[in-house]
Design a protein around this ligand. Structure first.
Ligand code: TXA
Ligand code: MG
Length: 330
């Protein structure tokens, strides 16, 4: 596996060219986006797409997101309706994925046999340049092994994969830290299949959005599987006096022979346990969450995490935590 380090903003096109050639030849490239690192292959090459599923250990019935670098490319692979076109206009490029009717050029392996395709135009310059130089849309799931927290640093990708990946483009930490919002535009009211940094509130400025019932989640097959799980148990505490409760819980766990760790915002007053600071704002929290889970997982067997209010990006944070562990209101 090769590793190339680039500046996320002022890189040279030639630094990306080798990786683009690998995509064109049907190989696997791990690359940064503004959300998390992706594990990319030529979306229109069935054999290349199969390699993604193999490397990740991903069930074949879980479709991939197809990444494009311009609007024309969207029309090549999908049939956006009026609503999708408006959302593209408002939010692309950015951390939003739209499920639309698919065109025939997209192989069944990419969409797991569905007649829809999920499309996203990332805003990360390195990702856009890679897609452009590859001259093909790139299908990419998050570059973690199935079940592990998504990678927000190139080191996370290297941790999960060995030689299955041909090259990793390292552009440092990702800015947002949680995967894109997935919206189904083939139904109205629209349905958010996965919450993210483009919030329900932001989409509701334009269209009606319905909360997706658990049963419907089947439409986004990925949401059925266990996710974001470190090997350690994850206990999430939500409420008013959670800080004291977190420390008390950690103390109890330690007495029972466990090795607890704590992930909390503004955590400077917590001591006596391994602590990962989740920052001052919900944006800091989102950016750091997956690294916190991975880091504490190395030294702890139980991770006690501060929960947040399910508003704005808080909804996405709580969605990921609910998949990583158990949530308790205190
Ligand atoms: O931020 C992101 O979206 C990252 C970066 C790399 O772009 N990618 C990512 O991909 O998170 P992945 O494969 O980990 O998650 C894709 C989600 C899954 O829950 C999948 O089931 C859903 O999107 N999805 C993909 N195609 C779909 C489709 N046609 N209909 C419904 N859901 C779909
Ligand atoms: Mg994923």
């Amino acid at each position: 596996m090769r590793f190339i380090r680039v500046d996320p903003i002022s890189f040279d096109e030639d630094e990306i060219r080798t990786a683009a050639e690998i995509i064109r030849r049907g190989g696997l490239v791990a690359f940064p986006t503004e959300t998390v690192y992706g594990l990319g292959a030529d979306a229109l090459n069935e054999k290349a797409v199969r390699k993604i599923f193999l490397a990740k250990g991903r069930p074949a019935d879980n479709p991939l997101i197809v990444h494009v670098s311009d609007v024309d490319e969207i029309h090549r692979i999908a049939e956006p309706n009026r609503v999708a076109l408006k959302l593209i206009d408002e939010f692309f490029p950015g951390p939003l994925t739209l499920v639309m009717k698919k065109k025939k050029v997209v192989p069944a392996a990419t969409t797991a046999g569905l007649n829809t395709v999920a499309v996203r135009m990332p805003s990360h310059r390195v990702a856009l340049k890679l897609i452009e130089l590859s001259e093909t849309p790139i299908s990419a799931p998050s570059a973690n092994r199935s079940g592990k927290p998504s990678p927000t640093r190139a080191e996370h990708v290297a941790e999960d994969f060995g030689d299955e990946v041909d090259i990793i483009i390292d552009a440092g930490k990702t800015e947002i830290g949680l995967e894109s919002t997935v919206v189904d535009t083939t139904v109205y009211p629209l349905e958010i299949l996965r919450p993210g940094a483009i919030t329900k509130e932001m989409i509701e400025e334009f269209y009606e959005v319905r909360d997706v019932k658990k049963a419907k989640i089947a439409r986004s097959p990925g949401m059925r599987y266990r996710h974001y799980s470190p090997s350690a148990d994850v206990i999430v505490l939500v409420g008013d006096s959670f800080k004291e409760e977190m420390i008390e819980l950690a103390e109890r766990l330690e007495k029972s022979g466990k090795r607890p760790g704590i992930a909390a915002m503004k955590s400077s007053d917590i001591s006596g346990f391994p602590v990962y600071d989740l920052g001052e704002s919900l944006e800091d929290y989102a950016e750091r969450l997956f690294d916190a889970l991975r880091s504490l997982d190395r030294i702890c067997d139980v991770i006690v995490v501060e929960g947040v209010e399910e508003k704005g990006i808080g909804a996405a944070i709580m969605n990921r935590l609910s998949k990583a562990g158990k949530i308790y209101r205190v």
